[in-house]
Design a protein around this ligand. Sequence first.
Ligand SMILES: *Cc1c(COP(=O)(O)O)cnc(C)c1O
Length: 333
Amino acid sequence: MRAWTVPTITEALRARRLLAAHLPPTPMWSYPALDAAVGGGRTVLVKHENVQPTGAFKVRGGLTLLGGMEPAERARGVVGYSTGNHAQSLAYAAAHFGAPCVIVMPAEPNPVKAAAVRALGAELIEAGADLDEAAEHAGRVAGERGMRLVSAADEPELIAGVAGVYLEIFEQAPDVDTVLVPVGGGSGAAAACLAAAAVAPHCRIVAVQSAASPAAHDSWRAGRPLARPNRTRVEGLATGRGFALTQQLLRGRLADFLLVEDEEIARAQWLLMRDAHTLAEGAGATALAALLVHGDRLPGRKVAVVCTGANAGERELRACGAAAGGGSVAAAR
Ligand SMILES: *Cc1c(COP(=O)(O)O)cnc(C)c1O
């Protein structure tokens, strides 16, 4: 693993300039029906990263990372490990820059995400029972083939690229009081802290994780990276350990870190579909779930929830309607 330095707002602005040629800003809308469902007289702003070309915010990081590599290193290619959206981000960026890309996914991946990675031209290897085992395998592949191993979160370029989400939010709603960010490895929340510290110091950044996979939450509360059980069914949030770089950025900058149950995420997923006409995967509905469950702990009238992604699996999609009757979307992945 290479040594990293903490990304700065200058790098985030440079990444934003690079990305402007590839990705237009994503919209941020509020929906009266959703505001009514949330209650408390709040305006809920949904930041629509679900409309990115890969269906998730991570594409910003992938393009930034590949775009910043030396041409010779890039020509040897990149290896990533992921349950899905990080993989699509790297595969998309590698295709854009004409670089080889290998993705290692834990066995029996979400078929929609696996098919998307193959369609983008990357080589897909299924190895390991979980993300940590897939990561080990990816490290071996990178060593054997002389390719660059890309971490799921401890990469300054990923964080600098993803910070664009939050720079856009603060432009689109300079008076936003609170931004809720779903967390797996923590690159999104770290990027939010970086952007807010520079341009919106009044705004509270609040992270949210599944109670079934609380590694980042527990790491933040303890002040050091910890390993924790990883049992959530919500892909994108399924990580078993805290990452050092993202934890360093969250420390001292994050206003709060909340946990929600997978069932509560499923309910938020349904509300986004019904009231915001938005297809979110579970991780993409997690910020809204926190607002529904912990609204009393969140001061402020204007709250942004980042709908980070749309890549729901086929069974999850079919179950979304069933959730209207109280059924479980997350459980039906
Ligand atoms: C990866 C991912 C997350 C979590 O982001 P981190 O940067 O790993 O904390 C949230 N939502 C979606 C849709 C994701 O793909």
